[in-house]
Design a protein around this ligand. Sequence first.
Ligand SMILES: [Zn+2]
Length: 81
Amino acid sequence: MRTLNIDSKWTGTVHYACDGCRRKRDFPVSGEIIDWMGQRKRLQNLGWVQTTVNGTTYDFCSEACMNRYLKRSSDKLKEVK
Ligand SMILES: [Zn+2]
């Protein structure tokens, strides 16, 4: 899950939280250019994964965390299909 916390001067943080275990990772923002791709790359280097299920994008701190989460919510996801 990604949250953008910035003030009117575009200063603040981009906040990522693992949808599985709520582990957090913040990136500072200053100025009007946010390096989304660079952040995504850095998260990937840290082992984070992103996946989209039924149109909703999820962030996980690891593949194991993603698998655990998807397994846990697979009944719920089946209903949506
Ligand atoms: Zn996690």
